[in-house]
Design a protein around this ligand. Sequence first.
Ligand code: FES
Length: 65
Amino acid sequence: MSEKVSMRVKANGSIRVTGTVDFVDADGKVIKTETDFSLCRCGHSANKPFCDGAHKSHDFEAPEL
Ligand code: FES
């Protein structure tokens, strides 16, 4: 049974994922497993899909959800 994973959208920043997630390619193969990480939603990270803090220096303003 899978544990529940949460995703928290941070104001003008990343999406914080709490829990363990498998990253799966188009063929269904698990290519990476990560626990407790942040996803970039500003488009400026040099380490996509993960946030590297670049949103701060780009003054990212997120659209309203
Ligand atoms: S949201 Fe942090 S670098 Fe994009």
